[in-house]
Write a new protein. Structure first.
Length: 330
């Protein structure tokens, strides 16, 4: 046997021993548990929030990097708003102009109302003089016609005020809309979390709805697992669970059942063995309490594989090795 073959044989033996040891631990971990506790593999996931543009344009700046922690309402990025601000200034000037026209219309109305008062007095005087046979009927008719004209002028002036007020409201609405758009040019965090991805860079031209950043809410962490029908049927919402992660096997994280799928499905290949995939399974989510995550959100990571132990029988006691153990005595 050549030296290369000897080395290959040794390496193959090591791999075989390691695989056998892993297989033993995998099944021992399950066989050692009471019947009232179900076990399944999964990965840590967190609620993902996409930060996207509402309007198209040039991305001016991004204030965060991947991995940064952000707080609710923190400014994350800004779109170039030069053109929008120019439109806003134009709209604000339009409001000023509309208000001036309204003031002019009101002044005209006051003048027309004064003319109407004068015309009414002239008509009353003409009627009195006619009764005394001093003024003619023709004079009374002329004064009456003047009063009607003055009344029509008042009505026209009032209509002009209504139109001017509508123009002011329309101009103010345009300003409010543009200011709202201006606010949308600043992208903020809708909740506290951690930046997972930067999907765009300053200077890029983006369309409306384009994603700029992806956040992970580290206070909304769960593990998705799959359980067979007999076990899934016994689950209760809020039921207790324990998570043991491959990267930190010395810690046991408490969790609770938050979701059980209403329809059975095939299990993904990476979760169970080929034989078990032939059985319909139910998707189950277990969530870690947010108060615990708040204390450990700096070290929580997504994508980490592990094992979820879920109590399907409330009378079953947790074994000692699944007692809650958190870092720093948490």
């Amino acid at each position: 046997m050549t030296r290369l073959r000897i080395i290959a044989a040794i390496v193959g033996g090591i791999v075989a021993v390691g695989a056998a040891a892993g297989w033993y631990v995998y099944w021992y971990d399950r066989d050692d548990l009471p019947a009232g506790i179900a076990t399944a593999n999964g990965r840590i996931e967190a609620e993902r929030v996409d930060i996207a543009t509402k309007y198209g344009g040039r991305l001016a700046e991004i204030d965060v990097e991947e991995g940064d922690r952000v707080e609710k309402d923190q400014v994350l990025a800004r779109m170039d708003d030069t053109e929008l601000r120019a439109r806003l200034h134009e709209a604000e000037a339009g409001v000023t102009s509309a208000r001036q026209r309204l003031a002019e219309r009101r002044a005209v109305l006051e003048e027309r109302e004064s003319d109407l008062v004068f015309a009414r007095k002239e008509l009353d005087r003409a009627v009195t003089l006619e009764e005394r046979e001093v003024a003619s009927e023709e004079t009374v008719d002329r004064r009456r016609s003047q009063m009607e004209s003055a009344r029509a002028a008042v009505a026209s002036a009032e209509a002009g005020i209504d139109a001017a007020e509508a123009q002011v409201e329309a101009a103010e609405a345009t300003v409010e809309r543009l200011r709202a758009e201006l606010d949308d040019y600043v992208l903020t965090a809708p909740r506290a979390g951690r930046v997972q991805y930067r999907l765009a860079e300053p200077g890029e031209i983006l369309g409306s709805g384009a994603r700029v950043l992806t956040l992970l809410d580290m206070t909304d962490v769960r593990m998705t697992v799959y359980l067979p029908t007999p076990q899934a049927g016994q689950l209760a919402y809020g039921g207790e669970a324990r998570l043991v992660l491959d990267a930190a096997p010395d810690y046991v994280i408490p969790a609770r059942v938050s979701f059980v799928a209403g329809d059975a499905q095939f299990t993904p290949k990476y979760v169970e063995t080929e034989d078990e995939r032939e059985t319909l399974m139910f998707r189950v989510e277990v969530r870690v309490p947010s108060d615990i995550l708040e204390d450990y959100r700096d070290i929580v990571k997504t994508g980490v594989p592990g094992v979820a132990h879920i109590r399907i029988d409330e009378e079953t006691e947790w074994p000692e090795r699944l007692a809650v153990r958190l870092p720093d005595g948490g």
